[in-house]
Design a protein around this ligand. Structure first.
Ligand SMILES: Nc1ncnc2c1ncn2[C@@H]1O[C@H](COP(=O)(O)OP(=O)(O)OP(=O)(O)O)[C@@H](O)[C@H]1O
Ligand SMILES: [Mg+2]
Length: 320
């Protein structure tokens, strides 16, 4: 078939090339691709296409089906070899920084034993609803919708959760109604256990950010986490050094009780990018405890997180 039919010709302009049409007798069946068009516009768009089709001589009835390709959603895992190095702090602030950089971001808190994102994002006690068994993420004041293991399980039950239950909850969070989010940040539990494996094998994050402290790097935990992702073929976006140096609460000067440059050297040694360092800073902890991620304000502490956000944005824009 080379020439277009009168129906196709009539639809070409009005449908912006989004229509595929088939005619049987005097009935036209049209598939309309509405990917990227706001839901509120769908009815009007469909009506215009229907009117154009009905105006074609010989067509008496028109059936239209709308389709939409899911937007490609990229997920970024934030992981570490051991606990307490600041994964959750980095995840929350990375999500806020990516949002400020123009991404549409959602946050998944997959840490079943220590879910902390509801507190970090100021929505402690909020519960997600479910529509037709699909979870609806909780809105946060920072424009980053959130789902947390802590919302799905009572704190005193967490310890009784077994691997398969955790994997099921993880799946529900990943398949939730994230709307038009194009980026999910995944706050993982520490180490290399069941949740990490399920995440890697089933949900295939586009890349991983590894968080470590200067001391952690001297040990082999961070390397183990890096290895887990590398072996699974998940790209390492880079290494964040947290609690790197101590920011004096009085003068702001950063001193380095554990020496300086170790993480950057370790990253080079491991052949992974170094994304930046975040000082150990009381203001970071107090803002975090108050549900105000430092990246969301104009505290001086925001700068370190913004720089890491920018590095991750560059990674995404380079093809993620
Ligand atoms: N750069 C920093 N300066 C000061 N305090 C920090 C910094 N980073 C994290 N913290 C604090 O350290 C504690 C642990 O951080 P966080 O919960 O982010 O670590 P985590 O790696 O997610 O821990 P877990 O392994 O338990 O999930 C928190 O109280 C947090 O506010
Ligand atoms: Mg955590």
């Amino acid at each position: 078939m080379t020439d277009s039919t009168p129906l196709e010709a009539a639809l070409a302009t009005i449908s912006q090339g989004r229509a595929t049409a088939r005619i049987e007798g005097d009935r036209a069946s049209i598939i309309l691709d509405v990917t990227g068009i706001e839901a509120a516009e769908h009815k009007a768009f469909e009506a215009r296409v229907r009117a154009a089709a009905l105006a074609v001589p010989g067509i008496a009835s028109v059936r239209i089906a709308l389709t939409s390709q899911r937007t490609r959603r990229l997920s970024i895992a934030v992981a570490s070899g051991k606990g307490g190095v600041g994964k959750s702090t980095v995840s929350a602030n990375l999500a806020v920084a990516l949002k400020a950089g123009g991404r549409r971001v959602g946050l998944v808190d997959a840490d079943i034993y220590g879910p902390s994102q509801p507190k970090l994002l100021g929505v402690e006690g909020s519960q997600p609803t479910a529509k037709e068994k699909v979870l609806q993420p909780v809105a946060t004041p920072f424009g980053v919708p959130l789902l947390s293991m802590g919302m799905l399980v009572a704190p005193d039950q967490a310890i009784a959760w077994r691997g398969p239950m955790a994997a099921g909850a993880l799946g529900q969070m990943m398949d939730a109604n994230w709307g038009d989010a194009d980026t999910l940040v995944l706050d993982l539990p520490p180490g290399t256990g069941d949740v990490q494996l399920t995440m890697i094998q089933k949900h295939r994050p586009a890349g991983a950010v590894i968080v470590s402290t200067p001391q952690d790097l001297a040990l082999i935990d961070a390397r183990r986490a890096i290895d887990l992702f590398k072996k699974a073929g998940i790209p390492i976006i880079g290494l964040v050094e947290n609690m790197a140096g101590y920011a004096c609460p009085h003068c702001g000067e950063v001193s380095d009780p554990f020496g300086k440059g170790g993480a950057e050297a370790a990253a080079a040694d491991l052949e992974i990018p170094f994304l930046g360092r975040i000082p150990l800073d009381i203001a970071i902890r107090t803002a975090s405890d108050a549900g105000q991620p430092p990246a969301s304000g104009n505290l001086p502490e925001a700068a370190a997180f913004t720089a890491i956000g920018d590095a991750v944005l560059r990674w995404i824009n380079d093809g993620g």
